[in-house]
Each structure stands twice: as C-alpha cells, then as structure tokens.
Ligand binder design. Structure first.
Ligand code: PRP
Length: 222
C-alpha cells in the first residue's frame, strides 16, 4: 500500500497535531491508540503515523522516511534540514530567548566572552556570532538548562520560554528574545512533487481549519 507517512513529535505537539488533522477530516484513530508502538497504520485511509523524538522529525522528513512532519520551529531552526516548511500551525507558541539573572538586564553586551548554556547550540551560535557579531562559548546541555546560571556554569542561557514559570521560580529573567516559535507542518521535497495528489489536499484542508480558527498561517514554499 502507498502510505502517506506523517512524523509526529512525541510529547506536547503530537496531541494538538492529531486534533488538527482530525478537524481537517483525517481519521487519526490509529495515532490515538494508547500504545508504545512507534508506527501506527490506518490501512483504510492509507495513513501511517510515526512517533519520533521532536529533534528527529526533520531528519525523517528530509530523508523521505516520512512525507510530512509536524514539529516546532525551534527544532527546525536548530536542525537546519532541507525540507519545505508549508504551514504555521499556530499551536505550541513560545519564544526562544536569552535568559539570565536580573542583574544582567540591560548590560548583556558588556560581558565579554560569555558562556551560553543551551539545548540549542546552533540557534545560540547564529544569534551571538552571526547576528550580534560577538564571540561566545557555547555549552551544550540536554535539559534543565536554567540550572546553568544558578550554579555558575554559564552567565546566560538560550532556551524556550512558554509560560515563564520555570524562569520565575528560579529567579531568572528574559534578557533578549531571539525568535517567536510555533508548530510547523513540513514536507519532504520529493514527496511534495511525487505525492502532490495526497499532500496538496492535506495542506489545503489543514489551512482551511486554521483559517476557520482565525490562526494566521504562512506558506513558505521556496
Ligand atoms: C522547557 C524549556 C524550559 C521550560 C519553559 O523545558 O527548556 O525549561 O520548558 O516552560 P515555561 O516557561 O512554561 O516554564 P522542558 O519542560 O521541555 O524540559 P527540559 O528542561 O528537561 O528540556
């Protein structure tokens, strides 16, 4: 069977992606089953869902192992994969920011050779070294990044701020905003042409739902 394979980011975004696909008329019962299986097939509708780690969704889509993916813009910026970003899905909204102790407010630029702890080394490097033309030391962490300035591993962090609660409860503040983030639909470059009869209606149906909900969408097909 010629499946359309959709890679979903396990965790926060998957549930909202499924809800949106269902509103768009796609039966996602397979993807909603309570299971640890990582490939969920809906034979009747020719859909196959793969449940991937968020950072791996762009990889599956770039290589064509998945035709379509739903993933956060933060992950797309960090992974820098070659794929089409076709829709801003609106949910999963947050900001990627430079954060640190409140004493650094307004004087970030005066600290030379800063250490920057982050799960997003590429985004951090591009921001400081390319955009701000500033030399920094990037320290890659895998989570609980807010710890770093508290225990002296780094002066600042580059991280996601959603509600702001993690920062608040750890006495940290946003110093600069790098980018606004939300979930995006991405498509493999070859699938976009070879499976256009299935992918174009999917994009259209999802876009229609977003317009019904009043979400601002963006089509970025180069
Ligand atoms: C993310 C992010 C922040 C937190 C922000 O971490 O890295 O720590 O959420 O959310 P808030 O502004 O609503 O508090 P996540 O929960 O993914 O865990 P991690 O730190 O282990 O990566």
């Amino acid at each position: 069977m010629n499946f359309l394979t959709i890679a979903l980011a396990k965790g926060r975004l998957a549930d909202q992606a499924i809800e949106l696909l269902e509103l768009a008329g796609y039966n996602c019962a397979a993807a909603k089953t309570e299971t640890r299986r990582l490939i969920l097939e809906d034979q009747a509708n020719g859909l196959r869902f793969i449940m991937a780690k968020p950072a791996d969704v762009p990889t599956y889509v770039e290589y064509g192992a998945a035709d379509v993916g739903v993933v956060g813009k933060d992950t797309l910026l960090e992974e820098g994969r070659s794929l089409y970003e076709v829709l801003n899905l609106g949910f999963g909204g947050c900001r990627i920011c430079v954060c640190g102790r409140p004493e650094l407010m307004g004087r970030l630029d005066s600290i030379p050779n800063k250490r920057v702890a982050t799960k997003y080394p590429r985004i951090a490097r591009e921001y400081f070294e390319i955009k701000k033309r500033e030399s920094v030391e990037i320290i890659k962490l895998n989570g609980s990044v807010e710890l770093a300035p508290l225990i002296g591993l780094a002066e600042v962090i580059v991280d996601i701020v959603e509600s702001g609660r993690t920062l608040r409860e750890n006495g940290l503040v946003v110093l600069e905003t790098i980018a606004e983030i939300s979930a995006r639909m991405v498509v493999n470059r070859v699938s976009m042409k070879m499976k256009s009869q299935r992918i174009n209606p999917l994009i259209q149906a999802v876009r229609q739902q977003l317009e019904n909900k009043g979400t601002r969408t963006k089509e970025v097909i180069e």
